[in-house]
Design a protein around this ligand. Structure first.
Ligand code: SF4
Ligand code: SF4
Length: 138
């Protein structure tokens, strides 16, 4: 993958939406405007699990739309984009995932060594390119 990529450690994402809210606040977006969102992988709605109690399952997938600018002004100042900076679970990294010296590259190597699988969304629902997901699941 070329250039700046957002790496997502899905094992750490807790679906809190801090990333999406930080983007809205930092970029002064309108109430109904989003550059990213967080999908619940469950039974359909936000924070609705799949399965039957007590065997319930739920996980989350942060998704960046093509409206995401990657916060060039912040990056020019050496700052992380609002979304990456604000993740309280340390699930997000920005950098060259092919460079083992970068934080994103180190995280990719670490998770891959632990057996995580890497994948990208294939232009799914108009999503932004250069997002790499690492998951411990299949
Ligand atoms: S990189 Fe910037 S514009 Fe894109 S979702 Fe994150 S905060 Fe918003
Ligand atoms: S990526 Fe981080 S900030 Fe965004 S929903 Fe997941 S845990 Fe929360």
């Amino acid at each position: 993958m070329a250039g700046q990529t957002i790496l997502v450690d899905l094992n750490r994402c807790v679906g809190c939406w801090s990333c999406a809210m930080a983007c809205k606040m930092g970029n002064h977006l309108d109430v109904d405007e989003y550059r990213m969102s967080v999908r619940t992988l469950g039974s359909g709605g936000i924070d609705e699990p799949s399965g039957t109690f007590p065997d319930l399952h739920m996980s989350w997938l942060p998704v960046w739309s093509k409206k995401c600018t990657r916060c060039p002004d912040r990056q020019a100042e050496g700052d992380l984009p609002y979304c990456v900076l604000s993740c309280p679970a340390h699930a997000l990294y920005l950098g060259d995932v092919d460079d083992p010296a970068s934080e994103a590259g180190k995280k990719r190597e670490e998770l891959t060594a632990r057996g995580f699988r890497a994948y990208e969304l294939d232009e799914w629902e108009d999503t932004h390119a250069n997002v790499l997901y690492l998951t411990p699941g299949k």
